[in-house]
Design a protein around this ligand. Sequence first.
Ligand code: IPE
Ligand code: IPE
Ligand code: MG
Length: 248
Amino acid sequence: MDLKESINVNNIPAHVAIIMDGNGRWAKQHGEDRIFGHHEGVNSVREIVEACGEIGVKYLTLYAFSTENWNRPKDEVDALMELLVSTISLETPNLHKKGVKLAVIGDIHSLPPTCQKELQESIDLTAGNSKVTLILALSYSSKWEITEAVKKIGRDVEEGKIKSSAINSRLIQENLNTKKFPDPELMIRTSGEHRISNFLLWQLAYAEFYFTDVLWPDFRKDEFFKAIISYQNRERRFGKTSEQLRSN
Ligand code: IPE
Ligand code: IPE
Ligand code: MG
């Protein structure tokens, strides 16, 4: 049977977050340089965004460039920034047509001005869409994001805007880049690595994790549907017992 038909339409995660990993190894396997792998990875992005629209995933966060990725060789960083600009510019009309709204999280001001401009234009154009919100994590790391939130809250306390006793998990959440989005129910990482690499540490507190050996450029719709089906076969207990869940 078609994998998509095995999906339970009543249990679709509202938010899926993905660590798109393995472009470099994919390129090596194909006798090409790493940049070629990044280009190929864009085709997977297009398919996964489309798949989200097809099954009703409302938010998709893609880890596209981490704070730590700035430490890669300069030519790879430059190529990734160029790829980002050309991809946003080429794909925006299609995203807009499909009802996708673009958003970004991360230290956006550290990106080259051309990237910032391209992103802002796409964000403005797609602002009224609501079918799928595509959130790109760019120059993002969770420790950076949490540190910024703590600084902001600290300033508000210093200035007497809030009392330290008013600090709670909701206030922290409201000071994260992701304040407008629900926490992901499902986090996928491709390429066989079993780590979180500074991604959404706070927001993934109760997410289900799905790891696959498939490299990102080979991660297409059916692989995504497999991850959704795996998610649907799990019991999310949130600290309770199975018996409690069944009696409710
Ligand atoms: C993920 O693929 C893309 C980015 C981190 C930008 P990699 O470039 O990390 O590919 P591998 O892990 O070296 O194969
Ligand atoms: C994580 O992948 C970051 C992105 C996918 C953008 P990396 O390939 O940079 O992570 P590590 O270094 O293997 O943990
Ligand atoms: Mg990698």
